[in-house]
Design a protein around this ligand. Structure first.
Ligand code: NAD
Ligand code: COI
Length: 328
């Protein structure tokens, strides 16, 4: 039995090596993204551990079949980029790690909300761009306890976000397509949540149904003082409409950890390439925006669990044992 992990960062290596040693299993790793060009590196291995937001496509799964590789174990939660039908058609079982540390992402959403509410971006801009260091009326923020926070998606991450925002004194309302009975303060629909919230934090998976659900119409319906936080998936928010909403004052700010069309480069931790995504550059210049490279997950607890749980999933699949994290 031997496995290979793709898109490995330096901070994952000690956990991967320790897992290999503890489990007396050969594990190889590479910093490259898994593509049709790089899958040749997996020849002779029994399973692949992956971590990327670019597509696992049908043609990639056809290559799995050609190489006789039957297991793809994701080290992450989201599976929106996986062609599951193609995986099944090519005899590949896919697993993910549904709960490596939901609190890590929730905490990051709160971090973004506090940064934006307390106008930290304006303070940074004054100092970094104008080399000035003094009070400004632009710095007047809002207390979390004076705001209504709308959580979209009350699953593992959304629930932690609710706890954290409530702990800071916010009034929290929620919307979920499949609400949990007798829990949370659900609105009847997304429109109600959008109209009532001072801060909206998205915590649902990307699906066909919610592609660009946050678009021009949604921004128009938001308060012009409202903030949008997206640590879920980029495709849920129409980036062009978001930029227009921020520039025209339809909304007051945004925290963007996930943006549409993320490239392979984003998850290559050794990349030296300069950012060339025009939207990312535009958003990064705005004092009312905090944009980060899909890093809400990135804590020590997450990294340890992502590696250990995904490697255990590979080992158990190979041994023919029951694996709870199979993605269907
Ligand atoms: P989860 O499955 O536990 O919860 C998702 C919730 O969203 C569920 O309650 C579900 O009913 C709800 N939902 C599904 N479709 C919906 C819709 N169209 N409208 C409203 N609600 C809907 O998932 P989770 O662990 O909370 O993760 C949520 C998402 O966060 C993941 O799918 C992933 O895309 C993203 N994520 C991002 C990072 C990061 O680093 N930025 C890390 C982990 C996960
Ligand atoms: C996830 O776990 O779904 C994430 O978004 C994290 C990322 C490293 C792919």
């Amino acid at each position: 039995m031997k496995f290979i992990a793709y898109n490995v960062r330096d901070d994952e290596i000690p956990f991967i090596e320790k897992w290999g040693k503890d489990n007396q299993t050969e594990v190889s790793y590479t910093t490259t993204t898994l593509t049709q060009e790089t899958i040749e590196e997996a020849r002779g291995f029994d399973g692949i551990s992956g971590l990327q937001t670019i597509d696992y496509s049908r043609s990639l799964f056809e290559d799995f079949k050609k190489l006789g590789i039957r297991y793809l174990s994701l080290r992450n939660v989201g599976t929106d980029n996986v062609d599951l039908q193609a995986a099944a058609d090519n005899g590949v079982t896919v697993t993910n790690v549904p709960a490596y540390s939901p609190e890590s992402i929730a905490e990051f959403a709160v971090t973004m909300a506090l940064y934006l509410s307390r106008k930290v971006g304006y303070m940074q801009q004054q100092l970094r761009q104008k080399q000035q260091f003094h009070f400004s009326p632009d710095f007047m923020g809002r207390l979390m306890s004076e705001q209504t926070v709308g959580i979209v998606g009350t699953g593992r991450i959304g629930r932690h976000a609710i706890q954290l925002f409530e702990g800071l004194g916010a009034k929290v309302i929620a919307y979920d397509k499949y609400p949990v009975k007798n829990k949370f303060h659900y609105t009847n629909n997304l429109q109600e949540l959008v109209a009532q919230s001072d801060i909206i934090s998205i915590h649902m998976p990307a699906t066909k149904d919610n592609y660009h659900e946050f678009n021009h119409e949604t921004f128009e319906a938001m308060k012009d003082t409202a903030l949008l936080i997206n640590t879920a998936r980029g495709s849920i928010v129409d980036t062009n409409d978001l930029i227009y909403a921020l520039q025209s004052g339809e909304i007051a700010g945004a925290g963007i950890d996930t943006i549409e069309n993320e490239s392979a480069d984003l998850q290559d931790s050794r990349s030296t390439k300069q950012v060339n995504n025009a939207d990312v550059i535009k958003l990064s210049m705005m004092p009312n925006v905090l944009i980060t490279p899909h890093s809400a997950f990135h804590t020590t607890r997450s990294v340890m669990n992502m590696v250990n749980i995904s490697m255990n999933n590979l080992k158990d699949l190979y041994a023919g044992e029951t694996v709870a994290d199979i993605v269907k």
